[in-house]
Design a binder for this molecule. Structure first.
Ligand code: ADP
Length: 532
C-alpha cells in the first residue's frame, strides 16, 4: 500500500467537496446565531491561512487561541493544514500559568475572544507574542495593546490556498494539562494521532458519530481539544453547533431544541446542571437527543439513572486525559450481557472498554499485571497512536510519567473485570496504602456521601506506625450523625480493614482552583493524626 500521509488536510477538503452545503452554526457574543456552510468555512480557513502567512507564520509556528466554542475557533483548529500549530489555552487557569504556557509554547500570534481581552491585558507585559487578534463579529476593537479584529484580518484574502505537502508526524496542535501538581505540562498532537483518533472516536461502538448527526460542542475547545470531537465531526460532515461565550444550561438546552441536536459531550457537572434545568423546565426536554457522552470525572450513578428514566437519555461514560487526545475508554454494555437494572447501572459507572488501537496494562507496584477479576488494583499504563510520548521541552516530567519501555503512566488506579471493563478507583497519589494492600479513597467517599446526613466526604491516607497508612475520613455534616453511625453504615459494603480508623467532622472541605477536594491541604493538616 502507499505511504500516504494521514493529515487533517483530508478532513478539510472532504468536508468542502462532499458536505459543502451542510451547516455550521455559532452563537455570537450578542446572542445572535451565525450560520454558514462547510464550503464557506473552507474559504474562511483559506483566508485565515493567507493572513497568517502575511504575519510571518510558517511551518511549526504556534498560533495561540484563547476563546470559547465558536466557528472562528474551529477555523483555527484547521491552521495545521498550512503547517502551523494551533495551541488552545485554558481560559480558567491563573494569569501566571497562562503567561507561562504562552511563553513556553512560544506562541507568535494570539487569538482572543472579545470578552476575554481583560484577562490578557493583565499579562500583556509578561508574554512574547507578536500579534494579537480579537475574535468577534466586529471589524475593529479597542484594546489597551495593539491588535486587529479577526474579521478585518481575513477580509479580502483569497478564498483558496495552495496547501503544502505535510508529513503525518508533523505537530498539528498542542495543549497543556492543568497545573494542579506543579507547572502545566505541554502535550503535542501529531496530524497522524488526530486523524486516527477521529476515525476511532466516530465508530458506532465508540462515540458513534455520523453525517446524520447534529453536534453541539459543549466540552470547551480550550480543554483537551474539546475531546477532539471537532475533528471527527468535520471528518464525517456532521452539522456542528457552537454555543459561544458563557454557555449556561439554558443556552445549551435551547440550542439542543432549536438545532435538533443528536450528539453532544460534557463533564458530569454539566449534566447535573442540565438535569436541574430540565426538571424546572420540563417542556424543554430535547426531543432528538438519545444519548450524551460524559467524561472528565465519574458521573454519579443517580445521574445516569435519572437521565435514563426521566428523560430517556442514555449517559455514555468515557475516560481520557489531555495526554491521550483524549479517548482511552468508552462504556457501551456488550450485547450478550444479560443485566438486571442493578447490574446495568453498576456496569455503567465503570469507564468501559479500551478503544481499538490502544494497548493497556494495569500494573501493581512490583510491575506485575493485575488479574481480570474486578478487584485487583493497579496503575493504568498506555501505549498507542494518539498517546503522548513525552512532554514538550520538559525532560524531568517526561522521565516521571513515561517508562523506559515506552508506556505512558496515567497515575490512575484501576481494576478490570472478566469482560475487560475498566473502572478507575483512585489516583496514585490518593490511594491509601495499608499493610501492602491498596484501599480506594474514591469508593469510601462515594459510600459516605450516599448517607443522608453527609454533605461532603473525603478520605485520605494518614501515616500509621504499624500499617504504613490508614484511612481517615473527613466529613461535612448536614445533620446530626456520629462516627459510630457512619462506620456502621459502611460496614456491610467493605472488608473490615478498609473501614476508616476514625472520622473527623469539619465545616468545609478545602477545594482547589478547579473545585476538586484539596486532599494535599487535608493530608498536611492531619499528618500526625495516627502517630500521636
Ligand atoms: P488535567 O489537566 O486536570 O490533568 P485532564 O482532563 O487531562 O485534566 O484530566 C485527566 C484525569 O481526569 C484523569 O487522569 C482521571 O483521573 C480523570 N478522569 C477523566 N475522565 C474520567 C472518568 N470518566 N472517570 C474518572 N476519572 C476521570
Amino acid at each position: 500500500m502507499m505511504g500516504h500521509p494521514l493529515t487533517l488536510q483530508n478532513f478539510l477538503m472532504r468536508s468542502r467537496d462532499f458536505f459543502g452545503k451542510k451547516e455550521i452554526v455559532s452563537r455570537e457574543l450578542d446572542g445572535t446565531l451565525f450560520r454558514y456552510t462547510y464550503r464557506e468555512f473552507y474559504e474562511r480557513v483559506c483566508r485565515l491561512a493567507h493572513a497568517l502567512e502575511e504575519l510571518g507564520v510558517g511551518k511549526g509556528d504556534r498560533v495561540g487561541t484563547f476563546g470559547w466554542n465558536t466557528h472562528r475557533h474551529l477555523e483555527l483548529y484547521f491552521t495545521p493544514c498550512m503547517g502551523a500549530v494551533y495551541h488552545t489555552i485554558n481560559i480558567r487557569l491563573f494569569p501566571e500559568q497562562i503567561a507561562y504556557i504562552i511563553n513556553h509554547a512560544n506562541d507568535r500570534v494570539l487569538f482572543i475572544d472579545a470578552d476575554l481581552v481583560p484577562l490578557i491585558e493583565q499579562i500583556r507585559d509578561k508574554i512574547n507574542v507578536q500579534n494579537f487578534v480579537i475574535m468577534g463579529k466586529e471589524k475593529s476593537y479597542d484594546t489597551k495593546f495593539d491588535s486587529i479584529a479577526y474579521e478585518e484580518l481575513i477580509s479580502g484574502k483569497p478564498r483558496d490556498y495552495e496547501w503544502p505537502l505535510l508529513d503525518e508526524w508533523d505537530t498539528a496542535g498542542t495543549a497543556y494539562t492543568s497545573g494542579t501538581t506543579g507547572l502545566p505540562k505541554g502535550v503535542e498532537y501529531t496530524h497522524r494521532g488526530l486523524v486516527l483518533h477521529s476515525i476511532v472516536a466516530a465508530l458506532p461502538d465508540e462515540m458513534g458519530l455520523s453525517e446524520k448527526d447534529n453536534v453541539l460542542h459543549i466540552v470547551p475547545m480550550f480543554h483537551a481539544n474539546a475531546w477532539s470531537i471537532p475533528f471527527a465531526a468535520t471528518m464525517v460532515g456532521a452539522k456542528q453547533v457552537f454555543p459561544g461565550s458563557q454557555p449556561t444550561p439554558q443556552v445549551l438546552v435551547d440550542l439542543m431544541n432549536s438545532e435538533k441536536i443528536t450528539f453532544t459531550a460534557g463533564v458530569p457537572t454539566i449534566w447535573l446542571m442540565v438535569y436541574q434545568y430540565l426538571k424546572q423546565n420540563p417542556d424543554k426536554k430535547p426531543e432528538h437527543l438519545k444519548e450524551v457522552i460524559s467524561g472528565g470525572s465519574a458521573p454519579p450513578v443517580a445521574l445516569i439513572k435519572a437521565f435514563r428514566e426521566e428523560f430517556g437519555i442514555e449517559i455514555i461514560h468515557a475516560y481520557g486525559l489531555t495526554e491521550t487526545t483524549p479517548l482511552v475508554t468508552l462504556n457501551r454494555p456488550k450485547s450478550y450481557l444479560e443485566l438486571d437494572d442493578e447490574a446495568y447501572y453498576q456496569l455503567k459507572t465503570s469507564q468501559g472498554l479500551i478503544a481499538p488501537l490502544l494497548e493497556m496494562r494495569i500494573v501493581k507496584e512490583d510491575g506485575r499485571e493485575v488479574e481480570w477479576n474486578g478487584k485487583d488494583m493497579g496503575e493504568l499504563i498506555l501505549k498507542g497512536p494518539w498517546i503522548a510520548k513525552e512532554y514538550f521541552k520538559d525532560i524531568e516530567k517526561t522521565k516521571e510519567k513515561f517508562t523506559e519501555d515506552g508506556w505512558f503512566r496515567t497515575e490512575d488506579i484501576a481494576v478490570i473485570d472478566e469482560e475487560g471493563y475498566i473502572k478507575i478507583v483512585d489516583r496514585v497519589k490518593d490511594v491509601i496504602k495499608s499493610g501492602g494492600e491498596w484501599i480506594s479513597s474514591v469508593d469510601l467517599e462515594n459510600a459516605l456521601m450516599a448517607h443522608p446526613a453527609v454533605a461532603e466526604a473525603t478520605v485520605i491516607g494518614i501515616e500509621h506506625p504499624k500499617w504504613q497508612e490508614r484511612p481517615l475520613a473527613v466529613v461535612v455534616r448536614t445533620q446530626d450523625v456520629t462516627k459510630e453511625e457512619l462506620i456502621e453504615f459502611l460496614k456491610p459494603k467493605f472488608a473490615k480493614w478498609w473501614l476508616p480508623d476514625d472520622i473527623v467532622f469539619i465545616d468545609e472541605i478545602p477545594k482547589t482552583s478547579v473545585g476538586k477536594f484539596d486532599k494535599k491541604v487535608l493530608r498536611e493538616r492531619f499528618k500526625d493524626y495516627y502517630m500521636k
